[in-house]
Write a protein that binds this ligand. Structure first.
Ligand code: NAP
Length: 250
């Protein structure tokens, strides 16, 4: 990847775990990236946004509305890595994407995006005889559950099997709940220690089961993917994209 001049980025959530990883990865690749500024809680994006070509957001869901508005007003591309947005916040991104290019992905790693692709293929091949379960584990600081990546895996499974993610997902199980319905996706969130991000999709039937797993051991995979997405947006029409678009997996 080489540009005439490095892509100037602003990191929102700059003091956080992902913000730091993006900064380090960008600084390790000065030919392609320059960190123009970083903002965190209490600092204003409007004070620095003019300095950059792109904003990379790994902050908190409630920041999205303002971040999208400022990127639209200033004509900047936007990469959103933050997860856990509600429908109203997502609507802001969808409407902002009429005016700028936005890449929004629950997981920017190439490995996880390959897992997304394989999850769909396996669901299509294995069909209705297989019970579908998703397990994720993250560090004890993580605020949202299930992870955005696990949710996306659940949505992929639901679509492939003609199920409704919102109403046909069981988030954990407890008590005398009876036999497992066929038309259900099980979703289980584990939290502990410093786990960067593990995801497993299980397809279980009588006599066999298939497990697809991804384990992240460093945040660099997400950070490098987010930087790649910011660069990829450069020559794209306005719109809302995800990492499957960036990697050409669609
Ligand atoms: P983190 O360590 O808590 O970092 C978030 C940072 O953003 C903190 O410094 C936080 O400050 C700050 N912040 C909060 N509200 C803000 C606002 N309105 N404006 C600017 N900064 C704000 O969390 P993390 O582990 O880096 O994760 C950040 C987000 O990225 C989470 O939603 C996580 O799920 C997601 N994530 C996505 C990917 C991906 O590939 N898409 C990968 C990993 C993580 P305070 O601590 O003071 O609140």
């Amino acid at each position: 990847m080489s540009n005439e001049s490095p892509l100037k980025i602003i990191i929102s959530g700059a003091k956080g775990r992902m913000g730091q990883a993006v900064k380090e990865c960008a600084e390790a690749d000065p030919e392609n990236f320059e960190v123009a500024a970083g903002i965190d809680v209490g600092e204003k994006l409007e004070d620095v946004i003019a300095q950059a070509d792109a904003v990379i957001d790994f902050s908190a869901p409630e920041a999205l509305h303002t971040t999208v508005r400022l990127c639209v007003e200033n004509g900047k591309r936007l990469v959103v890595g933050t997860t856990g947005h509600d429908e109203k916040q997502l609507k802001a991104a969808r409407s902002g994407a009429n005016n700028i290019g936005i890449v929004m992905a629950p997981n920017f790693s190439v490995g996880v995006n390959t897992l997304f692709w394989m999850t769909q293929k396996a669901a299509e091949i294995l069909g209705e005889d297989y019970d579908l379960e998703v397990i994720e584990m993250h560090h004890h600081h993580k605020k949202d559950a299930p992870s955005g990546t696990a949710r996306r895996l659940g949505e992929i499974l639901a679509k492939a099997r003609g199920l409704d993610y919102d109403t046909q997902t069981a988030h954990g199980r407890e008590g005398l709940i009876g036999a497992r319905p066929k038309d259900e996706i099980g979703m289980h969130s584990l939290r502990g220690g410093d786990v960067v991000g593990d995801h497993t999709v299980i397809y279980a039937t009588n006599g066999e089961r298939v497990e697809l797993s991804h384990k992240a051991s460093s945040r660099d995979a997400f950070a490098k993917g987010a930087l790649r997405a910011a660069q990829w947006l450069g020559d794209r029409p306005n719109g809302l994209y995800d990492m499957q678009d960036v990697l050409g997996l669609r």
